[in-house]
Design a protein around this ligand. Structure first.
Ligand SMILES: Nc1ncnc2c1ncn2[C@@H]1O[C@H](COP(=O)(O)OP(=O)(O)OP(=O)(O)O)[C@@H](O)[C@H]1O
Ligand SMILES: [Mg+2]
Length: 262
């Protein structure tokens, strides 16, 4: 369904090009959950932003990102915008920075519908409430009228996921969506993503620096280092028989007791 081919992401800096992603290729099948793991600065977020059509303006992309046969690289801003929401959406690490503190939750969840559809106010509200139920927010009628600061961190991340899934996207890109949350809440959000994957048939690209989280959620993992894919394969295979030295180091850095008990 999604095919990334020889993707390069570069930034021009005083006339010379600094490349963050050096030509990577991978695919995501319908309904699949794929993980990207790699240390800070390895190019995970820039890869994700390119796939969501959200690269910074000064980024230069080459290669191909096809979603259902349409290539995002070189697409106009308007065409990209029309793909966002119903084809691809993205949730970020810190929901507080993505949410507008002065706007009620319900309005933010249904924002994509206000932009992309001709639905009436009541129809948008109905769909927003349904999306909020889908992400298992309690008491959605009250939550609809709340402001972001009146919710917990985990609830805010559910709100972000609700606004991401309201347009029934084929692919959800989640960039470190649980890193800012404590372990219990993290586990609940992972369960929710699994449920949405099964019930909605939505593919997920899940980005994390934590290989243990990837192992719980994903069927396949892509390991990035310094802007390149150094290893890729089924999670258990990569975890138990890593081929690349960098992957071996990542796995070795997980405390042994945890590895045995999992
Ligand atoms: N807006 C930008 N302008 C110029 N260079 C950037 C920009 N954003 C990122 N980079 C560079 O791109 C490279 C990859 O960054 P990226 O954010 O993709 O890393 P990451 O793997 O997501 O790291 P982290 O785990 O810290 O989130 C880095 O070397 C960074 O300096
Ligand atoms: Mg990042």
């Amino acid at each position: 369904m999604v095919q990334v081919k020889d993707l390069h992401v570069a930034f021009s800096d005083h006339g010379h090009l600094e490349e963050a992603v050096h030509g990577i290729s991978f695919t995501i099948d319908d309904g699949e959950i794929v993980g990207i793991v790699g240390e800070s600065g390895s190019g995970k977020t820039q890869t994700a932003l390119a796939m969501a059509g959200l690269s910074p303006r000064h980024a230069q992309l080459t290669g191909e990102i096809s979603i259902d046969g349409k290539n995002l690289v070189g697409m106009s801003r308007d065409d990209l915008r029309s793909m966002q929401g119903n084809e691809i959406t993205m949730v970020f690490q810190e929901p507080m920075t993505s949410l507008n503190p002065t706007m009620r939750i319900g309005r933010q969840v249904e924002e994509a519908l206000a932009i992309h559809t001709n639905l009436s106010k009541d129809e948008r509200r109905e769909k927003a409430l349904q999306a909020m139920r889908d992400v298992e927010l309690p008491d959605v009628d009250r939550a609809y009228r709340k402001y972001p600061h009146e919710m917990s961190g985990g609830q805010r991340q559910r709100v972000m996921i609700a606004s991401a899934i309201i347009g029934h996207p084929k692919l959800l890109i989640a960039d470190e969506p649980t890193t800012a949350l404590d372990v219990t809440i993290q586990a609940e959000i992972l369960k929710l993503l699994q449920k949405l994957n099964v019930e909605k048939g939505m593919s997920i690209l899940f980005i994390s620096h934590d290989l243990r989280v990837i192992r719980k959620l994903c069927s396949r993992v892509i390991v990035m280092n310094q802007g390149l894919i150094v290893e890729e394969g089924p999670v258990e295979e990569v975890f138990n028989h890593p081929k690349d030295d960098y992957t071996k180091k990542l796995i070795a850095s997980i405390p042994t007791r945890k590895r045995v008990s999992e």
